[in-house]
Design a binder for this molecule. Structure first.
Ligand SMILES: Nc1ncnc2c1ncn2[C@@H]1O[C@H](COP(=O)(O)OP(=O)(O)OP(=O)(O)O)[C@@H](O)[C@H]1O
Length: 345
């Protein structure tokens, strides 16, 4: 429903968005995360056709951002961080005004306004001036406006910023309801929000897409498989990596640490008298990135074959377990990779 391919935006010498590709399906809520200045708003402004991409393509409901901007806007609702509301207007009056701008006929306007007032639980404040509403209600008015033309895709920029915990909770419940029937791209700085409402997390860092991973039902991102093994001292990391990477389903082998002769708990080596090396490795598998359907397919799980491979080589397998890392850990990991030492100091 929302699709971008190598989307790039430069401002002078700055590549604010640099070759970003991702997709949001209907029925999915995708969280767009990143530190300040990472390029989130610029990405969203290109998707809403407010900014023209320097290169790359983007489509909303199959309509190209550059070739069919009007069709894109018809299929997209957007809630900017600060929605352009008129404080002196009453809620219903404001929605009628915005619906008129969207060229809805009188009867279409009546139906649309009734629908969004109901959907966003605004009936009780429909006749109140917007300026008298709490921030939570004002955000709902912004969302109602974004839904007036019944778009299948929504883009929301930090929709819960500044809301109190109760308002945040209510707004998230509303998003989850909408998520069932819309494609939603949600920019936020709140990691727990992504864990609470999103199906996938995207992290943008310095304009580039640094992570695109599913959020598991438990609210954590899969982090691969951790394997601890011991090998004769002469066996080098390169050999181990080659053997393990050859197992179907393993995409990458990353060393975490190695130790000589003593295992990581300080215990003596499994085979005294022979110098051995202990290894802790992280294996990225295909199932880390796939959707829930393939995750349940046992043939995609490389663990059984990994055990056989280690035993065949006469190495000692000490531990093999899935790594679960929180979104916060993944965020720090991918963003810290891009931070220059001078910036940290
Ligand atoms: N119109 C513009 N002209 C020049 N530079 C811009 C313009 N808009 C954004 N930038 C720069 O592009 C980079 C990305 O900005 P962007 O607003 O997309 O980041 P962001 O991830 O939304 O940040 P934040 O979380 O602070 O809102 C920043 O360095 C910003 O200064």
């Amino acid at each position: 429903m929302i699709e971008v391919e190598r989307l790039t935006k430069t401002f002078g010498l700055l590549r604010a968005v640099d070759g970003v590709s991702f997709a949001v399906e209907s029925g999915q809520i995708v969280g767009l995360l990143g530190p300040n200045g990472a390029g989130k708003t610029t990405t969203m402004r290109m998707l809403t056709t407010a900014l023209i991409p320097s290169s790359g393509r983007g489509r909303v409901a199959g309509h190209d951002l550059l070739d069919e901007p009007l069709a894109v806007r018809r299929h997209l609702g957007s809630l900017p961080e600060t929605p352009p509301l008129y404080p002196e207007m009453r809620v219903k009056e404001y929605l009628a005004f915005r619906a008129k701008l969207r060229d809805l006929s009188w009867s279409q306007r009546r139906i649309a306004i009734a629908r969004v007032l109901e959907r966003c639980a605004l009936n009780e404040v429909a006749s109140r001036p917007i300026g008298q509403l709490s921030k939570g209600f004002r955000q709902r008015v912004g969302l109602a406006e974004a839904l007036l033309h019944d778009p299948p895709a929504l883009i929301l920029d930090e929709p819960t910023a500044g809301l109190d915990p109760l308002q945040t909770r209510e707004f998230r419940a509303l998003l989850r309801e909408l998520g069932g029937s819309h494609a939603i791209l949600l920019s936020t700085h709140i990691l727990s929000e992504v864990e609470a409402v999103c199906d996938r997390a995207l992290i943008i860092s310095q304009g580039r897409l640094a992570l695109d991973e599913p959020i598991a039902a438990s609210g954590i991102v899969p982090g691969g498989v951790r394997i601890d093994l011991e090998t004769p001292e002469a066996v080098e990391l390169e050999t181990i990596a080659r053997q393990l990477a050859a197992v179907a389903g393993v995409e990458a082998v990353e060393p975490i640490h190695a130790y000589a002769s003593l295992d990581h708990n300080g215990a003596p080596p499994l085979r005294p008298g022979r110098r051995r090396t202990g290894w802790r490795l992280r294996l990225r598998s295909k199932t880390d990135r796939d959707d829930d359907d393939s995750r349940t397919n046992p043939s995609d799980d490389p663990r059984a074959v990994l055990v056989r491979r280690v035993v065949e080589r006469h190495w000692d397998l000490l531990r093999l377990e899935p790594i679960r890392s929180s979104l916060e850990e993944r965020f720090v990991e991918v963003v810290a990779r891009d931070v220059r030492p001078s910036a940290v100091a």
